[in-house]
Design a binder for this molecule. Structure first.
Ligand code: ATP
Ligand code: MG
Length: 722
């Protein structure tokens, strides 16, 4: 796009926001009104017209993916965009700061990001040292507690011990956990934010430098900032920096995770001379969809109040389908998706949204059965897979020997005869000396504390890492990865695993080498390995999808924020599920659920389906829920009920056409086929995911509702159709 025509595609209010003179701005507007678009164009305007240098601008996005898109859109408008323009999530920006100023932040240069898995493991270890019983103090709750404290900016040392056993124990664990992180140079997600906020407070010259440097701060999805993020921004903005906050109070959906809707409500009191701009035209959805969204959110109280209108056509009515059960619901959805595709629609234009992750299983079954490609956002993604985490742990150890979680993960992976006893010895020694596991292992091998066998095994592990390090020091990133994956024995280890799983793990490891090859270093002056490790840790938890793959998009309503799709299904629109039963008794939580519903409805551009099931099996239980109140909140004239099929007791899969890929894989197995639900006398119900071998040697892989994945010999499994 030509910079001179930048304003042509905008409406009056948008144009006002984009081309305003330097000022504090609050762009407060409903869904699909072009807030994100305005934010991007404002940056383009500042650089292209006002000649603001890129290094004077910092933009905060909600996901790393959104940051990439934003950069891409700016490049379309302006040509290449300098690295000096900072665009990213709060976490990635905080990380960038800490990496540059590790000294002032009192971190080791090679500090590591701790993902939530590693964090949990570390918490468990700390609790063991303190001899605190995991049964009474579930580590997950401790993790939640620590995260909550950090989001509010509270360190353990400032927390008041009350004499109450519960509170005091939490504080004690928090304090010990902080110490362990300190020793290992480990930084969890909450710590990234807290520490970079403390950086402002403890290093005034540095703060001053950044306050001078950044003249413009722009923040998207402002309604979901938490206390520490808001504080960080406020301090950074100081007196002379202009801030543009973009948001919608009706889309604040992370209150349960510490987001403060008040931040947007008090913005014009905290910042001087705020120019509030309201965008009122929605460009995303049909009039019908928009009317429905407006009607639902109208039931919330204490809103900041916004108008939203559209001049687009009424479009289709919103279809509501009352399914018999969750399988029938899934089947209905997949039928409609198939029809969409047959009519020429793209798969990536279809989003399937749900309230809870667990709901995706039934939907996935039906999609797999139809042979359609799909991706699950926020599901288990590449960098969270076991084999990848193992490989990364080796790389982390090369990078920083005192990374305890990495050490623990690979000391005996692949197995090298280092037993749990030996590892426990190393841990105990490390606890006693307050040193890292690596150091403990080194010192222990110099003593006769361990058996000769254990001693040898540990020694050879230590020297393996040392050798890998020496051999790869001058190599490019992908060569380091390749060398480490092969020489550590990981590749062979997974190659020798039987079946699909081993195969896919080997493929994933190869994919990792590929990812290293195309990795874009941010800073040529710094080692690529360190930058790569940080990126993988920050990306974890977002989408697993290849960005351009043509697949149906499955995700929770929460992860759909900010996105848009021509065809949207919201499934499980039932009382107890959506609104979630944990939220129904608390008015403020119910309102957050309603905002989530508003977010869901407003993702749809052309056509929206709402589905619910009369009976549903979830988490192994049957439930019978009423249709959600949110459906009743939509005016009847906007809805059409899809007539249910003639009643059948359950969907009968084998009477329907089976797609060819399934047919090919079907075996002579006495009537079972992929995707079928079956029941096992011990493991309960599940569905068939994989079939291998034939005749008496046929093996089936079943995803059991309660027991997870298992391979069974079909001849002995005693399966019956469920
Ligand atoms: P959300 O609240 O969901 O984040 P948003 O307010 O950020 O939504 P955008 O995603 O920026 O909205 O815009 C919604 C859609 O409307 C996009 O496809 C965008 O390109 C389009 N759009 C925005 N403004 C205009 C305009 N003036 N003319 C045409 N299309 C527009
Ligand atoms: Mg947006």
């Amino acid at each position: 796009m030509d910079i001179s025509s930048l304003l042509d595609t905008l409406n009056d209010a948008q144009r006002e926001a984009v081309s305003a003179p330097p000022e504090n701005q609050l762009i407060l507007a409903g869904a699909g009104s072009g807030k994100t678009r305005v934010l991007v164009q404002r940056i383009a305007w500042l650089m292209g017209v006002e000649n603001i240098p890129p290094h004077a601008i910092l933009a905060v996005t909600f996901t790393n993916k959104a940051a990439k898109e934003m950069r891409g859109r700016l490049e379309n408008m302006l040509g290449t965009v300098s690295r000096h323009l900072w665009v990213g999530t709060f976490h990635s920006l905080a990380h960038r700061l800490l990496k540059m100023h590790w000294r002032e932040a009192k971190l080791p240069e090679q500090f590591q990001i701790l993902d939530s898995d590693d964090q949990l493991r570390l918490i468990k270890r700390v609790m063991k040292t303190l001899e605190i019983d995991e049964g009474r103090w579930p580590p997950k709750q401790i993790q939640w507690y620590i995260g909550g404290q950090k989001d509010e900016g509270r360190r353990a040392k400032y927390l008041q011990r009350t004499g109450d056993l519960h509170t005091d124990t939490l504080i004690k664990i928090y304090a010990a956990y902080e110490e362990a992180c300190e020793r290992g140079g480990l930084v969890d997600f909450g710590e990234l934010l807290l520490r970079s906020h403390e950086l402002w407070l403890n290093a005034p010259e540095l703060l001053n430098h950044y306050q001078q440097r950044f003249q413009f701060l722009l923040v998207d999805e402002f309604q979901d900032t938490n206390t520490i993020q808001y504080a960080w921004l406020r301090v950074l903005a100081g007196q002379d920096t202009y801030i543009t906050a973009v948001g919608d109070d009706d889309q604040s959906i992370y209150g349960w995770r510490g987001a403060r809707i008040e931040n947007i409500q008090r913005f014009d009191r905290d910042f001087a001379n705020v120019h509030t701009i309201r965008l009122e035209q929605n460009y995303r959805s049909t009039a019908t969809i928009l009317k429905a969204a407006n009607a639902v959110i109208d039931n919330n109280r204490g809103r900041m109040g916004k108008e939203l209108w559209t001049d687009s056509v009424d479009g289709d009515l919103i279809s509501v389908y009352a399914a018999f059960n969750e399988q029938d619901e899934a089947r209905f959805i997949v039928d409609r998706i198939s029809a969409w595709i047959e009519a020429g629609g793209a798969r990536r234009d279809v989003a399937l949204l749900y309230r809870s992750n667990a709901q995706s299983r039934a939907l996935e079954e039906a999609i797999i059965q139809r042979g359609l490609p799909y991706v699950v956002y926020g599901g288990q993604k590449f960098y969270e897979r076991l084999e990848i985490k193992n490989a990364l742990a080796y790389l982390r150890l090369l990078w920083h020997r005192h990374d305890d979680p990495a050490f623990e993960r690979v000391i005996n992976t692949p197995t090298r005869a280092i037993g749990e006893r030996t590892v426990e010895d190393i841990r105990a020694y490390a606890r006693e000396r307050q040193c890292s596991l690596w150091q403990a292992a080194e010192e222990l091998t110099e003593t006769d504390h361990m058996t000769a066998r254990a001693n040898n095994a540990v020694r050879s592990f230590l020297s393996l890492i040392a050798r890998l390090d020496i051999a790869t020091r001058e190599e490019p990133l992908h060569k380091i990865a390749e060398h480490v994956i092969t020489q550590s024995g990981l590749l062979d280890f997974h190659r020798n695993e039987k079946g699909e799983k081993g195969l896919s793990r080997v493929e994933n490891l190869q994919e990792l080498i590929g990812a290293c090859k195309v990795f874009d270093v941010e800073d040529e002056a710094l080692p690529a390995l360190g930058q790569f490790l940080a990126t993988t840790a920050l990306d974890a938890g977002e989408a697993q999808a290849e960005p351009n793959s043509d697949s149906i998009q499955l995700m929770t309503l929460h992860s759909a924020k900010g996105l848009e799709f021509p065809l949207v299904f919201i499934s499980g629109v039932e009382e107890n599920l959506f609104p979630h039963k944990m939220s129904m008794d608390e008015p403020s939580q119910l309102e957050e659920e309603r905002r989530l519903c508003y977010v869901g409805i407003t993702r749809a551009e052309k056509k929206l389906y709402l589905t619910y099931a009369e009976s549903r099996r979830l988490y192994g239980n049957d439930s019978f829920n009423l249709p959600s109140r949110f459906i009743r909140e939509i005016p009847r004239e906007l809805l059409e009920e899809v007539r249910p099929r003639t009643k059948v007791s359950r969907p009968v899969y084998h009477q329907r056409a089976v797609p060819s890929f399934v047919r090919q894989q079907q075996t002579d197995d006495g009537g079972f086929h992929l995707g079928q639900r079956v029941s096992h006398p011990v493991f309960g119900e599940g569905f068939i995911l994989n079939v291998e071998g034939s005749g008496a040697r046929t093996r089936v892989q079943i995803n059991f509702d309660d027991q997870g994945l298992k391979w069974l010999m079909l001849a002995q499994a005693n399966l019956t159709p469920a």
